[in-house]
Design a protein around this ligand. Structure first.
Ligand SMILES: [Zn+2]
Length: 400
């Protein structure tokens, strides 16, 4: 299954498109869709997922996580040297992995599956599995397991290329996540990897709207480790249909453009997604095409994401049984730094996650509150003298 967890060097949006149309490089389905200019604004105090106000989109900017490589102090060798000296690894900005570990630790089905794997791991990636176990032990005890986290970083960095090996702290959390899933597969924890993967994800060509015909395969079934979508597309679709559920917006934002009918030449062949079963822990990878995002748009997306999510409809439009999930962790990106917001562990009595959230920055808990608090933390309402304060961008969302 691990071959299907794609890892591309391209930026996130390209990766999203590549994931949708890897099988046909010449297909128009993978041409980037032009970004619409309409955004929307949340009405203060309104519980619904945003409102209908339409505003101009901000100009596009490079992918946020692509920070310039930092100075020589972040080479793998100096990371290792610092780790040996028990230096403050925080200075080296290992935050994407820290936030990811905190988020995954909050996903109970994952930690249970991981707990069933051999403690020391096995196979070529055993060191990553062993290190993650130590990281989780520290997170569970509310410690800051920086040493094990550095060991995990090194274990993963040797598996990744480019940014992952050179300056892991600045790596995109979504790329780190995909590398981790592969390492779980190759490190003796395939059950834990399986909990994070959606099997049987495929694209099919629907019957031509004019000529009819049968559904046909378009992209063969594969296994995906996250549901990738362009956040601004979700924003745009929400502006067009404010009442639509978040899972429908996610699915539509991922839909390839219709294909040309070979008979009429018209674009009348829709492409639809199919999935065998959504991952037990479903990761949603929101790519923000710009860091200059409006607070209201971030808040509206987050409010939508906080609603119960039908994992099946987020992925596919095959009319399967609803598979309703709860958001338990959000990895956010802001100013070259990742933080994690997670739900506290579920009660052993009723297995329900409590409604509260905690913020974790460099493993340290820095705040707690309910869903409204979370939204205000991630996307604080603009405060005119502080207008330069940017919202955090929810980048990886985990549903159980
Ligand atoms: Zn046709």
């Amino acid at each position: 299954m691990s071959e299907s967890v794609a890892l591309a060097d391209a930026d996130g949006a390209t990766r999203a498109l590549a994931e949708l149309a890897t099988s046909d490089a010449a297909s128009p389905a993978e041409a980037p869709k032009p970004k619409a200019t309409s955004l929307f604004k949340k009405k203060k105090g309104k519980k619904a997922f945003g409102s209908k106000a339409v505003l101009e989109a901000p100009p596009k900017a490079p992918k946020p996580a692509r920070a310039p490589a930092p100075a020589a102090a972040t080479s793998a060798a100096s990371f290792a040297a610092s780790a040996r000296r028990a230096a403050d690894i925080g200075a080296q900005n290992n935050c994407s992995l820290e936030a990811l570990a905190v988020a995954l630790h909050a996903a109970r089905p994952f930690t249970e599956a991981f707990g069933r794997a051999a403690p020391g791991g096995s196979g070529p990636d055993a060191d990553a599995v062993a290190a993650l176990r130590l990281v989780f032990a520290g997170v569970g005890k509310k410690e800051a397991p920086s040493g094990p986290n550095e060991a995990l970083r090194q274990a993963l960095a040797s598996r990744g290329g480019g940014d992952l090996a050179r300056a892991f702290g600045y790596a995109d959390a979504a790329e780190v996540f995909e590398t981790l899933v592969r390492a779980l597969d190759g490190g003796g924890a395939p059950g834990a990897a399986a909990a994070l993967k959606t099997d049987g994800y495929a694209l099919v060509k629907m019957p031509c709207l004019i000529c009819g015909g049968d559904e046909e395969p378009y992209q063969p079934p594969t296994s995906i480790a996250s549901v990738v979508c362009v956040a601004q597309d979700v924003v745009r679709l929400h502006a067009e249909e404010p009442e639509a559920a978040f899972h429908d917006l996610v699915r539509r934002s991922r839909a390839p453009e219709p294909l040309s009918c070979p008979v009429t030449g018209e674009r009348t062949v829709a492409v639809a997604a199919r999935a065998a079963a959504p991952a037990r822990v479903l990761a949603l990878n929101l790519n923000w095409a710009s860091t200059g995002v409006r607070h209201d748009d971030v808040a509206a997306v987050l409010r939508g994401a906080l609603c119960p999510l039908d994992a099946r409809r987020a992925l596919a439009d095959d009319g399967g049984e609803p598979d309703v999930r709860t958001l338990v962790a959000v990895v956010c990106f802001c100013a070259d730094h990742y933080t994690a917001y997670v739900r506290p562990p579920p009660s052993v009595v009723d297995l329900e996650y409590p409604p509260s959230w905690t913020c974790h920055d460099r493993f340290l808990e820095t705040g707690a509150g309910l869903a409204d608090w979370l939204v205000d933390q991630v996307a604080p309402p603009p405060d005119p003298p502080n207008d330069r304060l940017r919202p955090k961008l929810p980048s990886l969302l985990f549903y159980v």
